[in-house]
Design a protein. Structure first.
Length: 190
């Protein structure tokens, strides 16, 4: 299989199911941002962190490929007239979201209570988490916009929402583990 196909040279790309859309289509923006997020998570996973977090991040990367496949599928081409699925695409399940929630709860239980917003930073690895969190929020916003235009699997929206929470708590936990300063945001008094 060649890497280049030349079919996108005129500014369009194919969705799963064959429909061609402009490369700036909201569906492409949605799954392209999920792909960007996946790359940032790979960067976090490449850091010197607890092997458990690396394992969870790899599971998340796998699920993000699933999210991307769901978002890259033309909903009109994914189901046959008899209601059966035409394309064999995995789904995001409630248990995928529960896994994130369980990880959030476990990390949060080991952290001091949060009393203020915190400024991103304190350690390079922590900063990577905050960047991934922001990209995740953008992926979520784009996916919500797509959902308003062309309904998609709502589990994708829930997963992205929970994942951004996970990345925030992971940033806090890594700050704690790495003994990095967690700088509180205290607004200036006028």
């Amino acid at each position: 299989m060649k890497v280049y196909t030349k079919t996108g040279d005129k500014g369009t790309t194919a969705l799963f199911g064959g429909t061609r859309v402009p490369k700036h289509h909201i569906r492409i923006e949605s799954y392209g941002t999920v792909d960007e997020l996946n790359s940032h998570i790979g960067l976090i996973r490449d850091q010197e962190i607890n092997p458990h977090y690396k394992q969870i991040l790899q599971r998340i990367q796998d699920k993000l490929f699933t999210v991307g496949a769901i978002l890259a599928t033309d909903p009109e081409k994914s189901v046959l007239k008899n209601g059966k699925e035409r394309l064999n695409i995995p789904k995001i399940s409630e248990s995928d979201i529960e896994m994130l929630e369980n990880e959030i709860d476990a990390m949060d239980a080991a952290l001091p209570p949060m009393t203020h917003f915190v400024l991103p930073g304190g350690h390079t690895t922590v900063s990577y988490c905050h960047i991934a969190r922001c990209v995740c929020r953008r992926a979520e916003r784009l996916s919500v916009h797509l959902h308003e235009l062309e309904p998609t699997d709502e589990m994708v929206l829930s997963y992205l929402n929970r994942l951004s929470d996970y990345l925030f708590v992971l940033a806090r936990k890594l700050s704690y583990d790495l003994k990095a300063d967690e700088v509180k945001w205290i607004p200036e008094k006028l």
